[in-house]
Write a protein that binds this ligand. Structure first.
Ligand code: SAM
Length: 288
């Protein structure tokens, strides 16, 4: 965590940390309800689990609305620092029993630290891809694990963000957030209807490369260098519809052999993305 405040030997605690052990506490009921999309949509918030994720979020400038930690974390310096920071920024801090954490996360052996954050979605109209920018656009992605993996992969490859087209799974569901391993805080997310995406892509300077099982171009032969690029990926079951495929400057295929008729969406995105950004990626001592 880069931003530290001295908690003043538990200064955040005095009157500011609420101890909660009851599942019928109304604040806990509200937090538990965040497992439902309806409640996430209504409140515009979501849950992230794990000390590392919460520290990553703070480092990236996200503010915690509610911090929840297990009683046995009391006095741990990182947790105290996060608690003090949360209080200083007007957030709520709850110290809870294992039973409460299990109920919130719906998991045995829950993480000892979880937090509620405000959702962030960027408007498509504000996205103006520049040279060397690579955006990923996903059409109606259905699987939370796939979406989380794509967001994590986008982060690793230095993509600019992920555009979610049409009726997609919620990027702020607990399953998706878990699968991002913290990248949900680092990668800008955009939501758009198909019509909005089509109109935006017409006006945009970006080269839209559709990833398609019937693509006529080998994905390795496209000149990505020097162009802003949008990699457009199809739905898990149906692939890209003709409307979106027709908007692509290139329709690229990843050559396959063997019996599998297609690649998993997140794998195909990874293969396309690392090729599109190959000229920008080099081994660097500061990374594994
Ligand atoms: N039955 C679907 C179809 O007919 O397209 C399969 C969809 S596949 C599971 C999900 C997405 O991953 C595809 O829409 C495409 O964007 C990408 N994809 C998977 N395998 C690919 C390949 N060999 N070449 C190009 N794109 C691929």
């Amino acid at each position: 965590m880069s931003e530290h405040r001295n908690p003043g030997s538990g200064a955040a605690r005095v009157g500011q940390v609420k101890e909660v052990t009851s599942l019928s506490n109304p604040v806990i009921k509200d937090i538990r309800a965040l497992s439902m999309k309806k409640h996430r949509d209504e409140t515009g918030t979501f849950l992230a689990e794990g000390l590392k994720l919460v520290i990553d979020a703070i480092d990236l400038g996200w503010a915690i609305r509610t911090l929840i930690y297990a009683k046995n974390q009391r006095g741990k310096s990182q947790v105290e620092k996060i608690a003090a920071l949360t209080v200083a920024r007007g957030g709520l801090v709850l110290e809870v029993s294992e039973k409460v954490l299990t109920a919130i996360t719906r998991r045995d052996n829950p993480q000892a630290v979880i937090a509620v954050f405000d959702q962030k979605l960027a408007p498509l109209s504000g996205i103006k891809p520049a040279k060397d920018d690579t955006w990923i656009a996903l059409d109606r992605v259905r699987d939370p694990g796939n979406l989380g993996t794509v967001i994590r992969t986008a982060d690793a490859a230095g993509a600019s963000g992920v555009i979610l087209i049409g009726d997609t799974v919620d990027p702020f569901s607990m399953e998706t957030v878990r699968a991002t391993m913290g990248s949900v805080f680092a990668v800008p997310l955009v939501r758009a209807t198909e019509a909005e995406f089509l109109s935006w892509s017409k006006k945009s300077s970006a080269m839209v490369v559709g990833s398609h099982l019937k693509g006529s171009v080998d994905y390795r032969t496209i000149t990505y260098k020097g162009n802003p690029v949008v990699l457009l990926m199809g739905n898990e079951q149906q692939g890209l519809p003709d409307t979106l495929a027709g908007a692509c400057g290139e329709l690229a295929r990843i050559p396959q052999t063997g019996r599998a008729d297609s690649l998993n969406l997140a794998i195909a995105t990874g293969v396309m993305l690392f090729e599109a950004r190959r000229h920008l990626l080099s081994l660097d001592e500061s990374h594994p």
